[in-house]
Design a binder for this molecule. Sequence first.
Ligand code: EPU
Length: 352
Amino acid sequence: MLVENQVPLQSLNSFGIQAKAHHLVRVAGVADLLALHHAHPAWLRSQPLVLGGGSNLVLTGDVQSLVLKVEILGRRLVADTPSHWVVEAGAGENWHDLVAWTLEQGWPGLENLALIPGTVGASPVQNIGAYGVELQDRFHSLDAVDLHTGQVFTLDAAQCGFGYRDSVFKHVGGNQGQLGLAGRALITHVRLALPKHWVPELGYLELARKAEEAGAAHPPSARQVFDWVCAIRRAKLPDPAVLGNAGSFFKNPTVSPEQCADIIGRDPKVVHYPMPDGSVKLAAGWLIDACGWKGKTVGQAGVYDKQALVLVNRGDAEHPCTGGQVMTLARAIQTSVYERFGLRLDIEPVVV
Ligand code: EPU
């Protein structure tokens, strides 16, 4: 276990923001954490930043707390039941590579989640989701280390408290017994249950269109859905390797049917989806677009010109945008959406 000091983080966050970690430790296995627990117990108690692919992160300055860079590797089949293949992956594995590998093995189920940037360990934190599937739909269980005690523990789906881009790992535990594991736990392994009785999930409009174009007579294979999802994403989401970003910057807000009717009365074209619980989800990208933000730039931070929900780094490697510029832009967007629609947009990435 090696403690690195003053480590540049620009290549470790998908926005490409310049910042330093005062102290960084690479975690290749549980043994590294136990060694760290032994050598510097106080560091692990003071809310370290657990860093996977850095693809859902805005750095607004140097990171004072310890950064734990998760590099735990490995992928394997751990159970073959009549209904599922259960696959386990190390938290440091690349998510998209895991999706592609499971399909190569003939295990479908993750194809709708293709091309999501980031690591396996980050996938439960924000309950990644796309094109009608969320991680929780395929989740089996995970192993994590309690950074305060060094104990390894396992959580099932219910214990992870999954919600829309949310889980127990995004919340800080409170004194009144509120459950929260942010800064308290480091996920080491994730297990996914992939269905043997697989049916394609084509409910999302753009996927349904692709299936229709291909002809309804031939239900698509998981590989075909994977290719469609990759094509849809490449067409409208920026590749972080080319243009720095952290994916969707805001969550899609949920409103009551009355609020939605009120907005439709004023803006009939507002994109909205009725939810099973009776509420209505609005497309934040549409709301931001309607306020005229698409393609705009403030400082070196900008709004992507093909999808207003994504904020991008319009600087170059030497002069990238700063986290402060990104947050200034985000607040200006929040203000204009609030003034026009009376809705407060919640920020999706973790801001440090
Ligand atoms: N729209 C506009 N203008 C825009 C952007 C969107 O009019 O600038 C409209 C679109 O035409 C569409 C609707 O808004 O009718 C929704 O847009 P889209 O289909 O692109 O999906 P989204 O709601 O913007 C969500 C997720 C994405 C996920 C896609 C597909 C969130 C916050 N975002 O985006 O997730 O890939 O659905 O399932 O839920 C991420 O979390 O980083 C992410 C990319």
